[in-house]
Design a protein around this ligand. Structure first.
Ligand code: GTR
Length: 426
């Protein structure tokens, strides 16, 4: 009888707290304990002017807010002009004739041994003209996105991982196709879209080396001493890489560069938002479970906090961001302003109920609170500040859903992004 009690207790606990079970402990997951806070004003300029027209937004307030995010959150993007060149490394029809797969190597300089990024591009094999396309960074190498045996295994630094067979910071055959469930490649191509993806470690390996490797070797080669408090962290580097990928998609004849949606999950969702904020050429921006430093409002301090993220990932944000550890109310921005930087373009924010660490309600609320800017620019924001029912997406000028399940990218997520893209990119 006694022996039965522990499993029963554990079961009851899981049923009672389905959403916080398995999340990092020692953080707030209780809505009642979210502190009171006031969000910085979107529509009042630094000099106190009320922003009441699209022109004032575009000329005054938007540039101010972009600068605040550069100075206080992500740091500046590299400002170095680069001469890109492309080498097509493979071209083949795959997925039972459905898809044209290409592998493009994008060089950042004339040096063929210097930093480069490999872009895997899928487009419908039967397409008669350039297609709209999703562009997103991946976590584990292009070869992890599909079981296709011909995709080159990344030679870049990867995190050691016995489940993926990554040893000595190098990927092996064992990781081929291991992330395929996150990429819905066939579904995307069947719907008439392209999918382009790059391993984020090609742009900046995700560990703290004082910004020497990846593109930093070319964007700040002669740096001596400390970096400026607003020098870009890795999220800025990855975002810059996405814009360079877009430079190439714009001249690619298979993809319509004017209809590119930038997509990202988790840290790479923070990145897609920041890339979309900086580069207005992205027509649509998707944040999948991006959480703290992405879609979530920092002032809520729900799940992951500013202090925790700056401590675990000291290289993601700019140095100045650390001043807001346990001090969120002093930040001159919050993340509803990041959403507003993307307006009036289409933004989609997706949460998962099992991902309380990322603060689903805070992710939704930042989109909701950006509403006045969407409205100023002739679009509608989210209709309500309440979470919709699980698995019941809201699709309009902006999109939101909270789905069943955990921190991940699923076919359900992609099905929603495709429907939303049909509204905005077709
Ligand atoms: C977590 C981090 C999150 C999120 C995630 C990921 O450890 O706390 O902010 O970025 O990593 O990118 O997978």
């Amino acid at each position: 009888m006694r022996r039965m009690l522990l499993p029963v207790f554990i079961m009851l606990f899981v049923v009672a707290c389905p959403s916080t079970f398995g999340q990092p402990q020692g953080f707030n997951y209780d809505e009642a304990k979210v502190p009171d806070f006031e969000l910085p004003s979107l529509l009042t300029s630094a000099s106190g002017k009320k922003i009441a027209s699209a022109a004032d937004w575009n000329n005054i307030r938007r540039p101010e807010i972009l600068k605040l995010f550069q100075e206080h959150v992500f740091g500046r993007l590299p400002d170095r002009e680069v001469q890109l060149s492309v080498e097509e490394r493979s071209r083949q029809t795959v997925h039972d004739g459905l898809t044209l797969r290409r592998e493009l190597r994008i060089f950042f300089t004339e040096d063929r041994n210097g930093p480069a990024m490999d872009m895997l591009v899928y487009t419908p094999a039967a397409a008669k003209s350039a297609v709209p396309c999703f562009l997103g960074l991946n976590f584990h190498g292009n070869h992890s996105v599909d079981p296709d045996p011909a995709i080159a295994i990344t030679k870049s630094w990867v995190r050691n991982d016995s489940k993926r067979g990554n040893v000595n910071n190098r990927a092996t055959e064992a990781s081929r196709g291991k992330s395929a469930s996150r990429w819905a490649a066939r579904m995307i191509v069947k719907k008439g879209y392209g999918l382009a993806t790059i391993y984020y470690g090609d742009i900046d390996p995700d560990f703290h080396d004082e910004f020497k490797n990846g593109i930093h070797a070319i964007t700040e080669p002669d740096r001596e001493g400390d970096r400026a408090s607003d020098a870009g962290g890795s999220i800025s580097a990855w975002s810059w890489g996405l814009s360079r990928a877009l430079d190439i998609l714009i001249v690619d004849r298979f993809v319509d560069g004017e209809r590119v949606a930038v997509f990202g999950h988790s840290r790479l969702g923070k990145t897609s938002l920041w890339a979309g904020a900086n580069d207005p050429r992205f027509r649509m921006v998707i944040s999948n479970n991006s959480g703290c430093g992405g879609a979530a409002l920092s002032r809520r301090r729900f799940g992951e906090t500013v202090k925790r993220i700056n401590t675990s990932f000291p290289h993601w944000f700019c140095l100045k961001h650390r001043e807001y550890n346990d001090n969120e109310d002093a930040m001159p921005v919050d993340h509803h302003m990041l959403m507003a930087l993307i307006a009036p373009r289409a933004v989609y924010v997706a949460s998962a109920v099992g991902d309380q660490w990322a603060d689903p309600r805070g992710e939704m609320l930042s989109l909701y609170h950006a509403g006045p800017v969407f409205e100023l620019l002739g679009r509608k924001g989210l209709p309500s500040n309440q979470l919709p029912e699980l698995d019941n997406p809201v699709h309009a000028d902006v999109g939101y859903h909270i789905r069943t399940g955990k921190h991940d990218v699923t076919d359900f997520d992609w099905a929603q992004y495709l429907k939303f893209a049909d509204l905005h990119l077709k």
